[in-house]
Unconditional design. Sequence first.
Length: 202
Amino acid sequence: MDQELEVRIKMHALQMFMQLGVRSVTMDDVARDMAISKKTLYQFVDNKADLVDKAFTYLVDTTIPRVHEIWEAPGNAIDHMFMLDEFMCGMVEAHNPAAKFQLKKYYPATWKKIEEIRFEEFMVTIKTNIAAGKKEGLYRPELNEELIALMYFGKADLIRMCTKHVGYTDARINVSIVLPHSHNLLPLKEFCSKCARCTVTG
């Protein structure tokens, strides 16, 4: 029961942080919104910084297995890249952009830990995908796996910027980073069905 409540606290706090911003949400807010006492809340966390750390660590711990599920799903390397793109777009759309800024500014230790984990995970997964795509004959053999992985690591900010300023919320933005080709401006389904293979292999 205690473990179940702890998970609920982390999930609920994370949702509030993502929707309302990390700085504006107080311990009182979390307790009140969950209909529990502050005394109960403090049985699981020492203070707000501890709650923030546990909530965002929970986000990482639950996101990584979902990314692994994408790589293990049926399909080829391109299919998996599009699945990842759609998954990341969905996460960005659901989150308040201010949460990232506030986490970095007010809780730098948690931010640093999360970014290090995210960097390591994405470097491994994207490089694995590029290597698999080359082996399948879908990606150009000269693609630099390290460079592509680094570009993907920073693409969430690009998605957020494009969503805010021009309204792009689909995987076209992400794919255009890795697969430079004029046909990337086509709708996603048309791109997939008509030119995914020729775009990658040339």
